[in-house]
Design a protein around this ligand. Structure first.
Ligand code: IPE
Ligand code: IPE
Ligand code: MG
Length: 250
């Protein structure tokens, strides 16, 4: 069914806030192009918007906000753009760390972090260390993340464990599989309740393929730098009016 839900008559219910929201932050390049700017200007504006949306999500009581910041396929972009994207976490944390601390936000990263440049890795690690005792929302950056890579790495780890006689093939169940995915650090909150993709594209682009099995999806037409706190509120209202059945009957 096409998404024709009109949320204008509905209000946000604080009783049914999705615990884990994941966002595919798409449209930075188009935002810049519309203004006659270089694509990287869109990425910079997009980075500033991360702070706004993270604080709004935290204020709403979201427990985990996962942001798709760089995919395993994004390495295929021009080197200058890739280099800029690799430097963005450095700018982000140097500017916004005080805001994250003030809001009690804990930073984590899921992705093939060991494959990104050392200085970027170090700054992400420092942000994780500095916020590790914060008890509020978890801000999870999916950086150099790919759903297929996530599943493939888990499969390899499991094969190795069977080979090392840690457990038998038959012992592998969904729980053990999930323990070996990059999102295992999120425990029971690993699966997003709500996935939002901005910019009007209606695809997953290799994001959290296992974890999205029963996630509600909302596709928002706004480009990521234009995606506002009100948009987030409206998209959560859409979620709140969905009927989650998980394959069962009501
Ligand atoms: C999303 O914006 C950010 C990343 C993928 C890193 P894009 O760069 O994909 O912007 P568009 O889709 O080209 O407009
Ligand atoms: C998905 O956006 C990746 C991120 C937002 C980090 P892309 O712009 O890379 O996806 P496609 O190419 O449109 O599928
Ligand atoms: Mg894109």
């Amino acid at each position: 069914m096409v998404d024709t839900f009109d949320d204008s008559d509905y209000q946000l219910s604080m009783d049914n806030i999705p615990k884990h929201i994941a966002i595919i932050m798409d449209g930075n390049g188009r935002w810049a192009k519309k203004r006659g700017l270089q694509r990287i200007a869109g990425h910079k504006e997009g980075m500033n918007n991360v702070k706004t949306i993270a604080i709004t999500a935290s204020d709403f009581g979201v427990k985990v906000l996962t942001l798709y910041a760089f995919s395993t396929e994004n390495w295929g972009r021009p080197t200058s753009e890739v280099n800029f994207l690799m430097r963005l976490p450095i700018d982000f944390f140097s500017v916004f760390m005080p805001d994250l601390m003030k809001n009690n936000i804990k930073v984590i990263a899921t992705g093939l972090i060991e494959k990104i440049p050392k200085n970027t890795r170090q700054i992400i690690q420092r942000a994780m260390d500095d916020t590790k005792d914060n008890t509020g929302m978890i801000l999870n950056f999916a950086f150099n993340y790919g759903g297929r890579a996530d599943i493939l790495e888990a499969t390899k780890a499991l094969a190795q464990k069977v080979k090392d006689n840690e457990f038998s093939v038959d012992a592998i169940d969904e729980k053990i599989f999930e323990d070996n995915l990059l999102t295992n650090v999120l425990g029971e909150l690993a699966d997003p309740d709500l996935l939002i993709r901005t910019s009007g594209e209606t695809r997953i682009s290799n994001f959290m393929l296992w974890q999205l099995a029963y996630t509600e999806m909302v596709f928002n037409d706004n480009l990521w730098p234009d995606y506002s706190s009100e948009d987030l509120e409206h998209d959560i209202i859409k979620y709140q009016n969905r009927d989650r059945r998980f394959g069962k009957l009501n």
